[in-house]
Design a protein around this ligand. Structure first.
Ligand SMILES: [Mn+2]
Length: 304
């Protein structure tokens, strides 16, 4: 049964697990407001006001991760940090609907503090295979029409984020590159990338930002290679990474997309940090982590 009575958002902030008590009407209103908010954002979101920033990797239906970070880092009455979610909110885990709804509600309530990037699972092509379509269709408050509205929300999500004051770049998968593009992309070019519902409507740089993985074993002259393990996207090597970092004077890139049981992994002399924030991934025993970036760029890797 879908709850008939509406629950106050304040009550959910006090106990985030109550996100499951949203009524169908509330879920639909959140979806519509969120879509309008996200449509105002460019593919690249630039944050300008210096403050600490929390980066959260893949959550994949792990409501416990999102609820815990919200309670520990965002709800104390001090000045709120930026809360940057790196994508992959649905598919796989046990609480896909509740997880994406909780993050969505936060974005609607605190639009200037919360960033919701698009991962490779924010797409119908993936949701048909990995479980979100089924979870949404069978949910008493959502159904097929609600699933379609999530797809419109996903299509409007930005693809990357940049913290102006400490030059930290955030993305779901890989750094943007295009095998047919001359040289590395500038941040200005990323701002103009178009958004689209299906993968086939996205530009190559956006594909790489949602799907790419780093590789340290690649010979220097190789630059990049097709990602046979995923069957989509590329592995990028140190040279491609360096070119992008130098062109844009970036100090650190934070991404997610890859499972590490430790919850994080460093690449390329600590200039690329990969984080993973869900417990639920094909039976692995994962210690989910998130990272807090101080104003000066200092990092704290935290357990959920
Ligand atoms: Mn991913």
């Amino acid at each position: 049964m879908c709850p008939v009575e509406e629950i106050a958002f304040e009550e959910i902030l006090e106990d985030p697990f109550k996100i499951k008590m949203l009524s169908a009407g509330q879920i639909e209103r959140i979806q519509r407001e969120l879509k309008t908010l996200l449509e105002k954002e460019h593919a690249l979101v630039r944050l300008n006001e210096p403050r600490p920033a929390i980066f959260v990797g893949d959550t994949h239906g792990d409501l416990r991760t999102t609820a815990s970070i919200l309670t520990k880092e965002f709800l104390p009455p001090e000045d709120k940090p930026y809360l940057v979610f790196l994508g992959d909110y649905v598919d796989r885990g046990p609480n896909q609907i509740a997880n994406v709804n909780l993050i969505s509600m936060l974005k609607v309530l605190f639009p200037d503090r919360v960033v919701m990037l698009r991962g490779n699972h924010e797409s119908e092509e993936m949701n048909n295979i990995y479980g979100f379509r089924r979870a949404a269709s069978n949910h008493p408050c959502i159904g097929e029409s609600g699933f379609k509205r999530y797809q419109e929300v996903f299509a409007a999500m930005p693809h990357c984020v940049f913290l102006q004051w400490n030059r930290v770049f955030g993305v779901h998968g890989g750094i943007p590159f295009d095998p047919h593009h001359e040289g590395p992309f500038s941040l200005g070019e990323l701002k103009t990338l178009k958004k689209a519902k299906l993968f086939e409507g996205l530009e190559e740089a956006s594909h790489q930002m949602m799907w790419g993985d780093p590789s340290e074993d690649m010979p220097a002259e190789e630059r990049f290679e097709f990602n046979f393990k995923r069957g989509f996207g590329y592995l990028f090597g140190r040279q491609v990474f360096d070119e992008f970092m130098e062109r844009n004077n970036i100090s650190l890139t934070i991404r997610s997309h890859q499972m590490f049981e430790e919850g994080y992994w460093y690449f390329f002399d600590n200039r690329l940090l990969s984080i993973f924030s869900t417990k639920h991934y094909e039976g692995y025993n994962i210690e989910p982590r998130y990272v807090k970036v101080d104003i000066d760029g200092g990092l704290q890797l935290l357990e959920v």
